[in-house]
Design a binder for this molecule. Sequence first.
Ligand code: ATP
Ligand code: MG
Length: 651
Amino acid sequence: PGTDPEELLAGLDPEQREVATALRGPVAVIAGAGTGKTRAITHRIAYGVATGVYRPTSVLAVTFTTRAAGELRGRLQQLGAHGVQARTFHSAALRQLQYFWPRAYGSDVPSVLDNRMSLVAESAGRLRVRVDTARLRDLVSEIGWAKVSNVRPEDYARLAEQHHRSVATIEPDMVARIFTGYEEAKRDRGRIDFEDILLCTAALISDHPDVAEQVRRTYRHLVVDEYQDVSPLQEALLTLWRGDSQEICVVGDPAQTIHSFAGAQPSFLTGFPRRFSDATVVKLVRDYRSTPQVVGCANAVMSVAGASSLKLVAQRPDGPQVSFVESSDEASEASGVAEWVEAQHAAGVEYRDLAVLYRINAQSPPLEQALAERGIPYLVRSGERFYERPEVRQTLVTLRTQLRAAESEGGSALDQFKALLGALGWTEKSPESAGAVRERWESLAALLSVAEDLAAARTAAGLPLTLAEVSAELDRRAEAQHVPVAQGVTVSTLHSAKGLEWEGVALLGVHEGTLPFVLATTPEEVTEERRLLYVGMTRAMSLLRVSWSRTRNGGGNVRKPSRFLDPVLPASYKGSAANGVGSSSAARKGRGRGAVLSVHCRSCGKGLNDAAERKLGRHTDCPSTFDEVTLDLLREWRRQEAASASLPAYC
Ligand code: ATP
Ligand code: MG
């Protein structure tokens, strides 16, 4: 009520309108990036609310990352659909768990395990299996995979083989026993892990008909965004939430499946029309997000056999060409990106409309340094939930405990809040350094900006702001896991950029070994890496810059641009070993920086002059060494897999 329903349909094309008006029954939208899937479902919800067909509180919209959930919430608010729940699977499940668990089991919900490494290590130790850190992380991510795939310890050995899964040097039977031991150790300590949030919710609903009844009565309309990334466990939960009802609407893009290693199964999306024979199935092909240049580039990258995607048809007017930049090493590549950011900013693009995306977190330090050196504000988006960061939790607790004392001292609430943040590490001037100090500062600065927004709103209304209100607002946001918007360039992994869009996007490190990542070896794994590049490119509305560096630090292994760029790379790059000159602005200005293409020995790092040695990649009399870069990447990969199996990516 309040919003004119017809107005909600006005901004949609005929297919999107079909989605928005199909308020009943199963609906599936299978469509490419930027075609307005998220727009169609948010308008559908708002239309349902505006026409009185949906009670706002009876709609549950779920997605996978905190940021995507925040994005959904934001769009729904704008469309006047207040009161609709938009959450990640985990936060929706956790809320249900917190509500129903005490009634069902007469006790509090067990607390969630922060890090399962130590329990897995303990279990392995008890079985006398020696594991190093890398192996331990493999085990952790394997257990995570098993749990989201509904694979129990007793079935693990059999099903692991079927799914071509393995943990190097550890027999599947032993993995299963470690898995069992881990589950026991966890239970003994009265804890649950990340997947248990979903597993326990599923158990609660299936074992307690009264709970099932109440959940289904509360959430009558389910909507799932990014459905291509649903895991069997999440699918099971959806089924339990739904019961006999057919009120489910799913949207997704099979070409954007980027979590299959962690258990995501796009077949739930592609098979939806078969499971629901009377489903409304809509395909969208018009791309409203990106210029023809960006769309053409993304289409070309996906035009190879096996990477099937729906061809996108660009709707926007022409924009600038996509630029490809080759650098000699990572530091100059990072400087090049930072210069690009500066140039865009000078041309009038806001920092917050720019993003730099990369494959793995280990790529961010040189970039952060380059941005910091130029005083460019940026925000690192790790998968970690903002309000769960230690400094943020600390701020909220301190704020609550100091509330009375501070209030009685008088003075402006904003100044008091700044003083409190100052005690926790915030300074007026942002720190020069990259890394942990910087991240901590960013977090505190983001909290301050929430308080400042609040103060501005109060001033506009002619009211003073109190510290208690700041505290209440932050608590409210923490409860809703709302990430404050900070003003700055977004610096993020490709994985956590899904569903989002920026005016300009720079993709960093698009070379062999990083994208595709060195450990992606099977054709399926390589195709998933290609999809990741597609996800990255399609985040750009008009400016797209793709870069890579030939070496890590002037020496070491010589890299090639990613094979995925073959269909789109200007001829000057292809096969140009030594002297290819790119469109790098630095190269054009003749400074050479960022475009020095000499080939170095991967062993000693000195130049290679001889053609045979270039082919070999090192001086014939230099020892061949296992590339340290590869080792680093390997460690990072393990870390990321472990992390995505335990917490951040999905929550
Ligand atoms: P992704 O696959 O990346 O999640 P998506 O299919 O969800 O993309 P949206 O984010 O909904 O796409 O839309 C992409 C952009 O295009 C948004 O800025 C959206 O506002 C705009 N857009 C979508 N549909 C229309 C339309 N009919 N008219 C104008 N703009 C539109
Ligand atoms: Mg979307």
